[in-house]
Design a protein. Structure first.
Length: 374
């Protein structure tokens, strides 16, 4: 973690569990102006790690017979996904990103399309306190050119899918998706510091969250106060590293969904992540194979200024959750493509050490799945 801080991240904190032992630590600062140190128990906007919670909630409704994984989404949400698309796209395709529905982020934040010009950050500032409706974001995704044919692989990672799943949960449970996930996933897993935000500020101890937007914002700007309505059931949760390790341990042990539901969640397909790499993705779960220390399951997440990775080994004994308070640090080259940065190598070393007990610098970093530049 000191290496990640030295490479340029203001603050990094983590928890690692291994066969009953727990290690927590932090390096750097939570506030670059005051020098306030970062702490291992701080709360974090965990971004697309939220997708595992949403997927688990959907699987609970599958267990109760209220949702059919292979039923068309148009049968549940005919107004949101009408016509042929609604008939072809199934609930499973939303969960594993093979729906062909593109991401709405670049349409909700239109100035991002100006990258790498200085105007690219305008939408971030304009939307700090905007209250988005899920339906308007879903409409943006559905109105955009399709990312592929429904059911085709590789799938294409899209936040639109998980906003639709949030609307599906509301349709079949009669509660808001956030209320249902809180009662039936967060509370069932015994998490004490995990919640959907009810306003733009994070409750409890947390770090400031700095966004560089690939060099467009220099120095990086604090976006820790933000209305997360633009991505709630896709990436809205606030949590701690302790809670994330507990959650994935419970999930893989059958404590959140049944074993048969977990088996469905672990059926992977190739999916193109937002960094352009192809990964193995199940139903709200990312599969990571390591050299010599086993298969891990989990997710990562980024929002403006905050990045988190949480992975648990298949046997549940080794768990790691790592948080950082700087995002999109890679400045572009002459062609506009983000360049490699020492932070990338430092994070790869930290992830390897947290997962396997060694810090092989040749190990690639876990792909970034959650909201990023299109």
């Amino acid at each position: 973690m000191d290496g990640v801080h030295r490479a340029g991240v203001p603050g990094v904190f983590a928890e690692v569990r291994d066969a009953g032992r727990t290690w927590r630590g932090a390096s750097g600062v939570a506030d670059v102006d005051t020098g306030r140190p970062v702490g291992p128990g701080m709360r974090q906007r965990v971004g697309s790690i939220t997708k595992t919670f949403t997927a688990a909630a959907v699987m609970q409704q599958v267990e109760r017979g209220r949702i059919d994984l292979d039923a068309p989404i148009g049968g549940y949400l005919p107004r949101l996904v009408p016509g042929e698309r609604g008939r072809k796209i199934t609930v499973r395709m939303l969960l594993n990103h093979t729906s062909g529905i593109p991401d709405y982020i670049r349409y909700a934040f239109p100035s991002l399309q100006a990258f790498p010009s200085g105007a690219a950050s305008k939408s971030l500032d304009d939307n700090r306190f905007r209250q988005f409706r899920p339906a308007e974001l879903i409409e943006m995704g559905l109105a955009a050119p399709p990312a592929g044919e429904p059911g085709a692989t590789p799938g294409v990672y899209s936040n639109t899918n998980y906003l639709l799943l949030g609307q599906l949960l509301e349709q079949v449970t009669g509660a808001t998706a956030e209320e249902y996930i809180t009662r039936n996933v967060i509370e069932r897993a015994g998490l004490r510091h995990t919640a959907f935000p009810t306003g733009p500020r994070i409750k409890g101890p947390h770090s400031r969250m700095y966004e560089a937007l690939h060099g467009v914002i220099d120095p990086p700007r604090d976006y820790s106060v933000y209305n997360m309505s633009w991505v709630m059931t896709g990436a809205g949760l606030v949590s701690t590293m302790e809670d994330l390790n507990r959650f994935y341990g419970k999930l893989l042990d059958g404590g959140v969904v049944t074993r048969s539901s977990l088996a469905q969640m672990q059926r992977t397909v190739p999916v193109v992540a937002l960094d352009g790499s192809t990964i193995e993705y199940g139903l709200g779960l990312h599969k990571v194979e390591t050299e010599g220390c086993g298969t891990f399951w989990g997710h990562d997440g980024t929002v403006w200024g905050a990045g988190t990775t949480s992975l648990t080994r298949a046997d549940g004994k080794r768990r790691m959750s790592v948080a950082i308070n700087l995002m999109r640090w890679n400045e572009p080259d002459a062609s506009g493509k983000p360049q490699h940065h020492p932070i990338d190598d430092a994070l790869a070393t930290l992830h390897r050490q947290a997962m396997c007990g060694d810090g092989d610098p040749r190990t690639k970093a876990v792909p970034r799945l959650s909201p990023s530049l299109p």
